[in-house]
Structure formats: structure tokens, C-alpha cells
Design a protein around this ligand. Structure first.
Ligand code: OSB
Ligand code: MG
Length: 368
């Protein structure tokens, strides 16, 4: 594939409702998109970096600068045989996995189109029905949280994840469990706690949670292993797993029993698949997390979720939960019983809505 032309864009989309985590509230998204053209075919990728450096040090601006200054000028006009060559070409760059994943995933989309294959099949996916869950942010009032849970349970979602932070944790879990004793429920702390809070996590053991996601520091493995040894509920790591070696270290240290794989966080599909393969060989269940992606990023997450080790419902919910009008059509929809069907078409399997994307583009840089 000769990479004839690459378009880097920043788009702007309001969220239907704000989304609050332990690190703050977002009302709208700025998203970096990558479009790569080759021989009349196009691949698309989305960068999961947020507006500010709170989930990770990467932001929309750092991704833009790494992509526009270092990666895309060197990539355009190159001929590559397989998306894996991208990782080799840019291995000297440290970190910036979200920026890289935007390009790597667009190369996978493009490459699978060249092969006439669905992206998910090109990745070795097997699951044609993907089980979906939802992630529900912190609300202004506990009653509003119960209302949201009610809505999502009725919509058929197979796992409910609620965000917690100090002051919105044990009492909230108690309240939710009192109203929903049976639902598959988990919490995500986004690194809001330390080992000093061990008693809180021990207390959460009584509520039959599927897991507790990323309770401690965003870059920690050791303290998580100490906490895991003290409690029964499985820990799941998100922020702490930046690449394959982090996953291996986490498993060997006993820092978690479940891993949240986000293709966009670990540098792309190839690394996500390596982490999946490792976890599978060590009997560690994985699931696919989300980062408030628009449809392009969601479609990539659907492809990832078809790998056989994705045995826990992911945060791969419908576009309409977040956006009035998405970047792809048809929008991603979830069946009444909480599944998404893997798409049949080649590549991503959803068409980017170019006209709409053009309308919401704030800046654009073309490499050719
Ligand atoms: O920790 O999984 C997370 C959203 C933004 C940043 C981090 C996270 C999240 C979510 C939302 O939980 C998942 C989704 O896209 O539905
Ligand atoms: Mg998380």
C-alpha cells in the first residue's frame, strides 16, 4: 500500500449529557481523526486522547503535535505491506500511544479493505455477537444515577459500570445494590484512591461486584498487587496498562485479575492483540473499554472485541448514548438483549460521514 495522502483533523462534537469521572466533568469532545488514502481506498482512525491531561498525559494538542510534526510527514508516500510495519518505523518515539494508535488503526482499516476483509476478521476475531455494557458517570444526585441505571438495564445492557470517587463510593454502591441486587455491576475509580483506603475496598467485597477498576495511581502496579492480596473482589487495570510488558508485569505481580484493553491506549490493534493473547494464555479475562469515542473509534473497539478472550461485556455501547449525530453511518446500535453484531462489510464496516465530519472540523492538515 502506497500511502498517497493523509489528512489530520480535529473535530468538535458536544456530548448529549456531561460525563463525570473522579478527574472531572466533560461537556463536549475535541477529537483528532486520521484519514489515510491509498489507491482509491481510505482508512480511518480516531485518537482517544482527551482535551486535558487527566486520564493520561496525552491530550488533543500533544497528539496533534506528535502526528503533524513527527509521524505523518515521515509516513506519507511510504509503501507498506502490513500495519505492523508502522510500529517498527516509529519505535524510537517513547510513549504517545494514543497518537500512534490513531494512525496504526487507520492503517489496519485500510489494509483490511485492501484484503477485502472485515477489520475484525483481519484481526483474527471470532465472536460475531459482542456483549455490551455501559459506563455511567458520577451524577449530581444519587436518584439521577438510579434513573440512568434503570434506563440502561431496560435497554438490555449486560453490565453496568459506575464511576466512583471519594464521597461517591460505598454509600452509592449500597444504594445501587439495594435497588438492583442481581445486575452485573462494577465500579471504576480512575485512580482516585491510595492504599490508605484499603478498608473501603474491603467493605466493597460485600456487594458482589464483578470487579473494581483502577482504584490506585494511574502508573502503579505494586500497590495494586498489595490491595489485590487484601480483598476478594477482582481488581481490573486500565490506566496502568500502557503496553504488553505492563500487562505481563501486572499478571506476574498479581496486581489485577482482569485487564481492560483499550486499543487506543496501548498504541493500536497489534499491541491490543498481543495483550489479549498474553492474557488468554494466562487465563486472565479481558474486556474492551471505551474513551467516549465517536463512531470511528467505537467501530475499531467493536473489531477488537471480537477476539475470543473478550469474555466480559465491554464499554462498547450505542452511539446515541453520547452523540446526537455520530461520525459514521449507520450509527452503532445495540440489540434489545445487549449485543452488537460484528459488521459484514470490509474494513471498519461503518462508513464515516464525510460531509458531517467536514462540517465539524476545527482544523485540518493535509500531507501528500
Ligand atoms: O476509565 O474507562 C474509563 C471515559 C473517559 C475516560 C476514561 C474512561 C471512560 C469511560 C467511558 O468509562 C467509557 C465509554 O466510552 O463508554
Ligand atoms: Mg477506566
Amino acid at each position: 500500500m502506497r500511502l498517497d495522502r493523509i489528512v489530520l483533523r480535529e473535530i468538535h462534537l458536544p456530548l448529549k449529557h456531561f460525563f463525570e469521572t473522579s478527574f472531572g466533568r466533560v461537556y463536549e469532545r475535541h477529537v483528532v481523526l486520521v484519514e489515510i488514502n491509498s489507491d482509491g481506498l481510505t482508512g480511518w482512525g480516531e485518537c482517544v486522547a482527551a482535551e486535558g491531561p487527566y486520564y493520561s498525559y496525552e491530550t488533543v494538542s500533544t497528539a496533534w503535535s506528535i502526528l503533524s510534526e513527527l509521524i505523518l510527514p515521515r509516513l506519507v508516500d511510504q509503501s507498506i505491506q502490513h500495519p505492523d510495519e508502522f510500529g517498527v518505523m516509529f519505535r524510537a518515539i517513547r510513549g504517545h500511544h494514543m497518537a500512534r494508535a490513531a494512525v496504526e488503526s487507520s492503517l489496519w482499516d485500510l489494509w483490511s479493505r485492501f484484503q477485502g476483509l472485515s477489520l475484525w476478521k483481519a484481526l483474527g476475531g471470532e465472536l460475531q455477537q459482542i456483549a455490551c455494557g455501559v459506563s455511567i458517570g458520577i451524577q449530581d444526585h444519587p436518584d439521577l444515577l438510579l434513573e440512568k441505571i434503570d434506563q440502561e438495564v431496560k435497554a438490555g445492557y449486560r453490565k453496568i459500570k459506575i464511576k466512583i470517587k471519594p464521597g461517591w463510593d460505598l454509600e452509592i454502591v449500597k444504594l445501587v445494590r439495594r435497588n438492583y441486587p442481581e445486575i452485573p455491576l462494577m465500579v471504576d475509580a480512575n485512580s482516585a484512591y491510595s492504599l490508605k483506603d484499603r478498608d473501603l475496598f474491603a467493605a466493597l467485597d460485600d456487594f458482589g461486584l464483578l470487579m473494581i477498576e483502577q482504584p490506585l495511581r494511574y502508573d502503579d502496579l505494586l500497590d495494586h498487587s498489595k490491595l489485590q492480596a487484601l480483598i476478594k473482589t477482582p481488581l481490573c487495570l486500565d490506566e496502568s496498562i500502557r503496553h504488553l510488558d505492563d500487562a505481563r508485569h501486572a499478571i506476574e505481580l498479581g496486581s489485577c485479575r482482569i485487564i481492560n484493553i483499550k486499543m487506543g491506549r496501548v498504541g493500536g490493534h497489534s499491541e491490543a492483540r498481543r495483550i489479549h493473547d498474553l492474557c488468554r494464555s494466562r487465563n486472565v479475562p479481558v474486556w474492551c473499554g471505551g474513551m467516549l469515542e465517536t463512531g470511528i473509534g467505537r467501530a475499531h473497539n467493536i473489531a477488537v472485541s471480537t477476539l475470543p478472550g473478550f469474555v466480559i461485556p465491554g464499554d462498547v455501547s450505542a452511539s446515541q448514548r453520547y452523540y446526537h449525530r455520530d461520525t459514521i453511518h449507520p450509527p452503532i446500535e445495540v440489540s434489545r438483549d445487549g449485543f452488537i453484531c460484528a459488521p459484514l462489510q470490509s474494513g471498519l464496516g461503518y462508513d464515516p460521514d464525510s460531509e458531517w465530519i467536514e462540517q465539524i472540523t476545527l482544523r485540518r492538515q493535509v500531507f501528500c
